[in-house]
Design a protein around this ligand. Sequence first.
Ligand code: SF4
Length: 178
Amino acid sequence: MYLERIAVTFMDSCLTDALKLRATAEFSRDIGTLLPYLNAVLEQASYDERADCLTVIKGTRVIEIYPGWMTIARAVNATDAFGLIQWVKDQVNETHLRRDELKPSLRYQRRATVMDIFNRLPQPAVNCGDCGEPTCMSFAARVWLGEETLANCTRIHRGAARAEPIEIRRSTDPETGA
Ligand code: SF4
């Protein structure tokens, strides 16, 4: 087997949501040469060649895969985190088996930031609270986290903001998108 083990080295509550978990885990071997191949086969993936990091969005969870280790943000619980780690291991091993038939991809997609989303809301911010959030900024943060959709801003329906779609690719940094 190409990648035999992924060992969890850290697990704790997310900094932005104490009900979710973040985790770090180390690979039993360097998988760096495989990252562009994984980028070619995984949905919702983006490879940053400069950082040598593949980011994968799975639902509201964010997985970052580096040559020797990986991180998970916003796992639902420990079972979810371990399931995602096993998923990564399976994807790595299956992709390695198929690599001769795959074309590696260096596709990189800039991710929307909370500010990108906020700028689609009514300006200046009215903070009306109709969406259930105290401020437009907190609503934008929830959209970024995948817990809300832009359509639930009632002011957008009144034509006060730009409602065209925005592609939201979450990262571990909601402000910079890095
Ligand atoms: S409904 Fe729209 S305008 Fe009102 S607080 Fe929510 S995001 Fe802001």
